[in-house]
Design a protein around this ligand. Sequence first.
Ligand code: SAM
Length: 530
Amino acid sequence: MTGFFREAEAFEALTTIVFPSIVKGRSPGDAIRVWVAGCSTGEEAYSIAICLMEFLSSSRHDQPVQIFATDVSDAAIETARAGTYSENITPDVSPERLRRFFSKVDRGYQISKQVRDICIFARQDLTRDPPFSRLDLISCRNVLIYLGPVLQKRVIPIFHYALKPTGFLLLGKSEAVGSFSDMFAALDRKHRIYAKKATPSLLRTDFVPIDLATAGGAAALPATATARDDLEVQREADRIVLAKYAPAGVLVNENLDIVHFRGRTGAYLEPGSGQPSLNLMRMARQGLSLELRTAIQKARRKGEPVRKEGIQLDSSGRNRIVSIEVIPLKVRTGGGRYHIVNFEEAASAPERKAAVIRPAKLRAPDREIERLKKELEATKEYLQSIIEEQNATNEELKSANEEILSSNEELSSTNEELETAKEELQATNEELTTVNEELQNRNLELSQLNNDLNNVLASANIPIVFLGPDLRVRRCTPMAEKALNLIPSDIGRRITDIKPNIHVPDLEKMVLDVIETVSLRERQVQDSEA
Ligand SMILES: C[S@@+](CC[C@H](N)C(=O)[O-])C[C@H]1O[C@@H](n2cnc3c(N)ncnc32)[C@H](O)[C@@H]1O
């Protein structure tokens, strides 16, 4: 359940605390951006729009306002877009507001164009779709309670990300930011108004695109071979029966191009002159096209079969009275709109005989007047249907435009996120380059030291062996090679595995002692030649 100015005190708090802060020091063209998340049928978004407009005009500010209102329910968004509400809203909306921001319509009130124009409605799932960005205010009231703790934890950081550094968050009476007090500071605890804190936004970016698994998916599954055979047989049977008993007719697509002929349609259709065409309107015989067009428009609009009788048709020099029936085809997989158009001779049905006979009894001028009257009537009907279709198309275009605006916002939000990620990557890259340079310098220094050490060792006339803590030989001087009987491949071997030219029975213990105590040990020893 939602309503206009639900929990009215919260709206007063917006006007006294939040809006003055939003407009403070703002440049004139800088639009105020609001997101009403989980807007249901639009009352909350329109209430905020009204409060904001009242505030701006009373405080003599002239800021543009954009209110993005989203909900996961398509039906709710449709209602919100229409902006028409029943008379039950009068207890919640003051007479002054009703006069200023609504217009009276049949059994209700419609939100005025000035309010409607600043509200953009779109379907959006808070938990799955990318958010808007650079917002001054997010109102998400009585939605978190539906989401449960896990999704709430996902949504609050999204709000933090979507707000400007000076942005505000408004929640419902029984909702709170919970454990995210590092992201939001309570500004008005009673009315659940929070101010964004300047902590880095940790936005999760695993938003998923629109779910493509549709109901048609099941229908698209391949049928088994037996089922396919049964279907073929059934279709063939239908085809034979239809060819024998069904009225002549055609199947037309969205553009009124004939995609299938059934029965003998020659009495009603003929190829037109000029370029070959299968368009029904170009093929219809004289006197039939206007009626056909009107009937198809009507069937399209209403989504139900439309029948027209007593149409006078001039075919092969013969005056005939025919009936047409247009049946919309319900195609499950959304491949466009198809219609079946059936033609019938009026004489075939007894109750239609009168229609054939009556015109015949009339005098020729009267018959002509009768025909012209009918034609005029059909033209009027056709024009009316075109006007209605045009209105519907306009509405659709308006909705599509709003969807595009909303998608645009989402894209620019994602783009900003990517920009930030790119900047972060560039910074990390910069850091890596610096560390790399540092390492290269160290490498250079090390290799110089190594060279120096090698030179010292090569020229030293003393036998020296360097051992690691594991008693493996690391390096040795040429004199040591001679004295200890070492060869280059001994580098890396344990000293105790090598049989030296000198006799030191407790060499291992001695070396371990030195390593442990880090002190010198000296011993006089004899080589094998004494
Ligand atoms: C009780 S209504 C609140 C309406 C309005 N905010 C108010 O307080 O008057 C909750 C709305 O949240 C919407 N909602 C629930 N889960 C949502 C989601 N994941 N994303 C967007 N809207 C959601 C529902 O469709 C419903 O319209």
